[in-house]
Design a protein around this ligand. Sequence first.
Ligand SMILES: Cc1cc2nc3c(=O)[nH]c(=O)nc-3n(C[C@H](O)[C@H](O)[C@H](O)COP(=O)(O)O)c2cc1C
Ligand SMILES: C=C(O[C@@H]1CC(C(=O)O)=C[C@@H](OP(=O)(O)O)[C@H]1O)C(=O)O
Length: 360
Amino acid sequence: MNSSFGEKIKITIFGGSHEPEIGVHIQGLPRFTAFDLKELQEFLDERAPGNSPFTTTRKEPDLVRPERGLRIIDNLAVITEPVVTLTIANTNTRSEDYKNLRDIPRPGHADYTAWIKYGNRLNMAGGGPFSARMTAPLCIAGGIALQLLRKEGVEIGAHLYSVGSIRDAALNPLNPDIPTTSGFPTISREAGEKMKEEILSARKAGDSVGGIVEVYAKNCPAGLGGPMYDGVESVLSPIFFGIPAVKGIEFGAGFAASGMRGSENNDPFRMEGGQVRTSTNHHGGILGGITSGMPIIARLAFKPTPSIAKAQQSVSLSRKENETLSIRGRHDPCVAVRAVPVCRAAMAIGLLNMIMEEKE
Ligand SMILES: Cc1cc2nc3c(=O)[nH]c(=O)nc-3n(C[C@H](O)[C@H](O)[C@H](O)COP(=O)(O)O)c2cc1C
Ligand SMILES: C=C(O[C@@H]1CC(C(=O)O)=C[C@@H](OP(=O)(O)O)[C@H]1O)C(=O)O
């Protein structure tokens, strides 16, 4: 099953969690531009599963394989064709964990709705095409987009804004920057330690916990986007909602703006070095759907992982009876942790689309 996003840059993600491979076709990248494969692999490694006690135990190397449309010279990949294809092998599938879930759907996952729509035609082991595994090819496209955007001066970063009720230190909305910490994606090391405890405590209880990822883009040119459906929020939201388990998105002050007065929420304009800037950034870099030149800021709310070890109430679809379900298998206790690079990838693809459109 394929899933596509974008017009100027079109990505098509294919494969499934327990198929031989997953991958992405990317159409419309500027020809004869190069990107660094080693840097792309390092970006993929940030998302890869199985590398810490805070993720699923399904360990995958997630090695990027250039397949089509690229000429490889040492670590450089030069884009030579209108469509490029890259893949990743699935090397560590354990489909027997999913046998009983064909009949007894997991509460909170896509098992039941996929059965309603596709019956038994889809290989749903590992979550099939609904799995977070599909965010690996998203990160291939996003990792390439991040490198191309950096050439334009655009920087995209993200951090774990919260896990359960524990909040990270605040990002500076006027000049966001994420210091490199100890391998855990928070600004504050102390907040990171508390989040780790919360995640391990949920896992120990056979449970899971939700979280929020905050993502920013700075040095983005003013003037991208347009009114209504051409707006930056309208372009970014579909790619953000394509990430499994995303249940809410806010830009700038977001929902909190609804509790403010206009005098508090409006960002005063001022001149700075001959350029129009704002003194605060409640608008998150977007006014009327168009970028203002201030940092773009979005927060993505992730629900707690649906697959939990605790016994849950479900049904047998064949016997039409209530059932108690106990899930075996390997699952993230908090999906938001590994979603941090995924949010950067999604933001990069969305913005590259708009920047390329502007260049036409
Ligand atoms: C990085 C990441 C890792 C995830 N890991 C798991 C997991 O291990 N187990 C699981 O049940 N769901 C996991 N999910 C969430 C499911 O894929 C998702 O909840 C499911 O496909 C249903 O889609 P929905 O939540 O968008 O409705 C993960 C999501 C992300 C973004
Ligand atoms: C493999 C990844 O995460 C998977 C995401 C996932 C889900 O339901 O989304 C379920 C689990 O799959 P499995 O049962 O095959 O181990 C996770 O391990 C990955 O992100 O690369």
